[in-house]
Design a protein around this ligand. Structure first.
Ligand code: ATP
Ligand code: MG
Length: 648
């Protein structure tokens, strides 16, 4: 089966696909066919007689690797790719370690720790080192993320420690001691965490000539997609694996580097030519994806970011709609506006599956999710669990649920189980002792609980108890956010710090939730709305994942994907760019936010709409006013068509 490369690729792509042996850099802006070029490169290699087992393809998701391999297989036939390796860095590292873990003191059947396991193991280490009750010592999640970042950036942890705790005195020796104990324990238990997979695979290859030579011989062709988002450890792994033939081909777009906060370093791609002397370089400048109006937004917003390969981008498509800036009053208005737009687009022939709604942070999509449920529009949420089903959201709603319905056993059990020292069994017993009811708003019921609670739970419960005693009952009933606020201050905030490594995001979610309650007149109105939504959810879900559905997800997850219709939520300063990311030293600051905006815009083929709500209500009834995102207000007049939410 011969592939007609010249007919299916443009000149630039064809040249890249047929690049001679040696290092190759394909650098191009969004939608110019980088990923497509990889498909044909694989097919082309096979046509040159290269065997599948000699090819390694590294991608950002396993799904991407599968797709590329399938599309190549469609072109060269079923058997030709036999033995080819493709997947994420973690996937490939794991595979290597399954053969060679013994070289670094592990058994081959090692287990992999997920983040919960990792936290438990850290806690045991804290116990053992007598750090448990020490309030001034950083909690496990803080150290876990610190050491993970150090690992991924390949910098000494000491440097990050000094950075992070600039203003507090920290016992660096003790912090390192925790890490050493944790590392030794993992080895003893024959388990690795996620970062270990990469680090250990690098160790195997760097320290042992046997496997290194084996893989360098085996993988005569190594290819990497989305190279701009590799971190130094991944780059090292690539270097070790491709060191034999030197036939390393990397594809990427420095404009789309959006994982700096996790240790990715776009300089890997910027410096590729210097680090790989003799590299041939290909630029793709023809965009097949988007109408010109969308590309204009993309080009304008990214221009001026320092330190990047300058790339012009040429539209193949002509005409098409101008992207829209939708000026709306608030989050609910934004949701209703988008639903109207979706209906209009459906009438124009688009399917639900053609449409995606993107956001900078999970909580931005709260009103959107509720409204899609209410309107029974089939949708799939790709950013993990639905907003209201996330553990931390459910946790902070327990007290409120009990205040509304003191017989809500599930809420009671969940609430009590969050206290250290109380398990499901203990909570169950307690529930019986209280005659199966607990109303946190009634003083006598609170007293009964306080008396009945087992010794270990008493102390952590006390602040919640005291806060409830001091609070104004009518206020709690009338303002659904108050009880969440009270619980957060008395207990949950500290609990979340200790429990979650992504505490800042979770806190942001909870704050978003509290603000959202402001639109409800009472606890009852708020909780019945949620309950109703959850039930609706169930009925939609029964048919399993709808085939034809609107996709909701974070921009980070949309990388590399394309949709005919894209909506971006909350394009206002402080939300996008995220105020938190602008403040944090670790993230890439404004430049990375700008690249994220670029990624969002370039997902769209035909229709691109930025939602720009003007206000967000807060828990206490106050209003926060927002101005349009700087990425939007900087665009020249006429780049966007302004809408005020009436018609689409
Ligand atoms: P991103 O930067 O978002 O990862 P990309 O550069 O990897 O994008 P692709 O996803 O490979 O781009 O291609 C974008 C779209 O353009 C796809 O729909 C692809 O099929 C189409 N396309 C690319 N090259 C051609 C071509 N030569 N002829 C027709 N369509 C093409
Ligand atoms: Mg791509």
């Amino acid at each position: 089966m011969a592939v007609d490369f010249a007919a299916e690729l443009n000149q630039e792509q064809l040249a890249a696909v047929q690049a001679p042996d040696g290092p190759v850099l394909i650098i191009a802006a969004a939608g110019t066919g980088k990923t497509r070029t990889l498909v044909y490169r694989v097919a082309w290699l096979v046509e040159q007689g290269v065997r599948g087992e000699n090819i390694l393809l590294l991608t950002f998701t396993n799904k991407a690797a599968k797709e590329i391999m399938e599309r190549a297989r469609d072109r060269v036939g079923e058997t030709a790719l036999h033995g080819m390796w493709g997947g994420t860095f973690h996937h490939v590292a794991n595979r290597i370690l399954r053969y060679h873990a013994e070289l670094i003191g592990y058994r081959k059947d090692f287990g992999i720790l997920d983040s919960d396991d990792q936290k438990s193991l850290y806690k045991t280490v804290y116990d053992e080192l007598g750090l448990k009750g020490d309030d001034r010592f950083p909690k496990p999640p803080v150290l876990i993320s610190l050491f993970s970042l150090a690992a991924n950036k390949a910098v000494p942890a000491e440097d990050l420690i000094a950075d992070r705790f600039q203003n507090v005195h920290m016992d660096v020796e003790r912090i390192l001691k925790v890490h050493h104990t944790y590392t030794a324990r993992k080895q003893a238990l024959n388990v690795m965490d996620f970062d270990d997979l990469l680090l250990n695979a690098v160790r195997v290859l760097a320290e042992h000539a046997g496997p290194r030579e084996y893989y360098q011989h085996k993988f005569r062709y190594v290819m990497v997609d989305e190279y701009q988002d590799t971190n130094p450890v991944q780059a090292e792994l690539v270097r070790l694996l491709s060191g034999g033939s030197g036939n390393l081909l990397v594809v990427g777009d420095d404009f789309q580097s959006i994982y700096g906060w996790r240790g990715a370093d776009y300089r890997n791609i910027l410096h590729f030519p210097e680090e790989n002397p003799g590299a041939s370089m290909y630029k793709l400048v023809t965009n097949y994806r988007s109408v010109p109006g969308i590309l204009q937004v993309a080009n304008r917003c990214i221009a001026g970011n320092p330190e990047q390969f300058q790339k012009e981008i040429r539209a193949v498509r002509e005409g098409g709609p101008t992207p829209v800036a939708a000026k709306l009053s608030d989050g609910s208005h934004q949701a209703r506006y988008i639903i109207n737009a979706i209906r209009t687009l459906r009438r124009a022939g688009y399917k639900y599956g053609d449409i995606t709604i993107l956001y900078r942070a999970h909580f931005h999509a709260m009103e959107m999710q509720l409204e899609l449920n209410r309107e029974q529009i089939p949708h799939v949420i790709t950013s993990g669990v639905r907003f209201f089903e996330q553990a931390h959201i459910k946790d902070v709603l327990c007290l409120s649920r009990l205040a509304l319905n003191p017989r809500d056993e599930l809420a009671f059990i969940r609430l009590l189980c969050l206290l250290p020292g109380i398990g499901a069994k203990g909570a169950q017993n307690l529930w019986k002792k209280l005659n199966q009811r607990f109303d946190p708003l009634l003083s006598e019921e609170r007293k009964r609980l306080a008396d009945a609670i087992p010794k270990r739970g008493k102390e952590p419960w006390q602040p919640i108890h005291d806060a409830l005693e001091a609070a104004d009952r009518e206020l709690l009933r009338g303002n659904p956010g108050e009880l969440i606020h009270l619980y957060l201050n008395a207990f949950y905030d500290e609990y979340a710090v200790e429990t979650y490594d992504n505490y800042p995001q979770r806190l942001e979610d909870i704050q978003g939730l509290m603000d959202y309650t402001a639109s409800f007149p009472s606890l009852e109105a708020f909780l019945s709305e949620l309950a109703l939504q959850t039930n609706l959810d169930e009925s939609i879900r029964r048919e399993d994942e709808p085939q034809d559905a609107v996709r909701l997800g974070t921009i980070h997850q949309a990388k590399g994907l394309e949709y005919p219709v894209v909506f971006v939520l909350w394009c206002v300063d402080g939300m996008f760019p995220s105020g938190r990311a602008l403040d944090e030293d670790d993230s890439g600051g404004e430049s990375e936010e700008r690249r994220l905006f670029y990624v969002a815009a370039t997902r769209a083929k035909d229709h691109l709409t930025f939602g720009i709500p003007q206000v967000r209500r807060q828990r206490d009834g106050g209003l926060v006013y927002y101005t349009p995102s700087r990425f939007i207000s900087e665009l020249p007049d006429g780049t966007l068509r302004e809408e005020r939410g009436g018609y689409y």
